[in-house]
Design a protein around this ligand. Structure first.
Ligand code: SIN
Length: 298
């Protein structure tokens, strides 16, 4: 019997009474899946899982993706994306150092954007007794519900372009600006043209119906949305920015303070997330991410 404790007003719950190193019955898994879809973000504390156990657990939700950033996959586990600020003996990044700089949902730029992601905290940065590197989540379904009726009408039927290329350019610019200010310097593997071509731009509805809960949510984000279909660029940018600002209002958010051993799942059809880069070496952060394929957004 699992216990689900709601944390945020609209999003976020802790699930206790589960040891993910042990086989889960279909009934227990169904309870977890229900809690997940009801709460959009759920987490389990104090899990001592191996990469193979993380893969096996998340596979129960569907097919696992292998990220286009293949240099950041965990050796031996191509379904695991390493998200970390650590470097190897030669000073090379062992994973993605800048994942989550902007609000986004994972793989929203794919034809079949991700259903859910799972992030396992192996090491969490701590400075002077304070845990750093929190992740913020925000509910796009609560944000949709709170929109004025006129805006709901305006958005109905509108599509936006989700572009990985757009994200890479925006991210590269932000990295340069950070470095120029004397901030964090990020190691980034350049992607080949072939890698970029494997993730072409896609159009998706701004108002999206969740494939499982059937709730409406806002499927648009500042990282990947490069344009609004049918609107001039400047007008589309204004609309995108207005909706994105609305989605991240504090009342829709849950902020997760990590503990080593947390496994946290978020619903990419109902939530956006953003990392906080308030730590740097010697504070170490090592996370493993698995991502489940979803269905075409409608
Ligand atoms: C991500 O965006 O997938 C990573 C979030 C984080 O590291 O907090």
């Amino acid at each position: 019997m699992i216990t689900v404790t709601r944390i945020g007003k609209h999003i976020g719950a802790e699930i206790s009474g589960v040891d993910l190193t042990q086989p889960l019955s279909d009934d227990t898994f169904a309870e977890i899946a229900k809690a997940f879809f009801d709460n959009e973000v759920v987490f389990f504390r104090n899990q001592k899982i191996t990469p193979a156990q993380q893969v096996a657990f998340t596979k129960r939700f569907g097919i696992l993706e292998q990220h286009v950033r293949k240099e950041s996959r965990l050796p031996g586990f191509p379904e695991i994306l390493v998200v970390s600020n650590l470097v190897d003996h030669y000073g090379n990044a062992i994973g993605a150092q800048d994942a989550g700089r902007f609000w986004h949902s994972d793989l929203s730029y794919k034809k079949e954007p991700s259903l859910l992601s799972a992030l396992y905290a192996v090491e969490v940065p701590v400075k002077d007794g304070k845990v750093l590197g929190d992740t913020n989540f925000t509910s796009t379904t609560a944000a949709y519900d709170a929109l004025p009726e006129a805006m709901k009408q305006r958005l109905q039927g509108l599509k936006n372009v989700h572009s990985y290329r757009y994200y890479r350019n925006k991210n590269a610019l932000a990295q340069k600006e950070d470095a120029a200010r004397g901030g964090r310097v990020v190691q980034e593997h350049a992607l080949t043209e072939e890698q970029l071509k494997s993730v072409p731009d896609v159009e998706a509805p701004i108002v999206r119906t969740h494939p499982v809960t059937k709730r409406k949510g806002l499927f648009i984000n500042e990282a990947h949305t490069s344009a609004i279909v049918g609107l001039p660029q400047a007008e589309g940018d204004v609309l995108r920015n207005e909706i994105c600002q609305h989605i991240i209002k504090p009342e829709f958010q849950y902020r997760h303070s990590w503990q080593a051993g947390d496994l946290l799942l978020w619903d990419n059809c109902a939530a956006l997330h953003k990392a906080n880069f308030d730590y740097d070496l010697p504070q170490r952060r090592l996370m493993y991410r698995t991502t489940v394929r979803g269905s075409v957004a409608v």
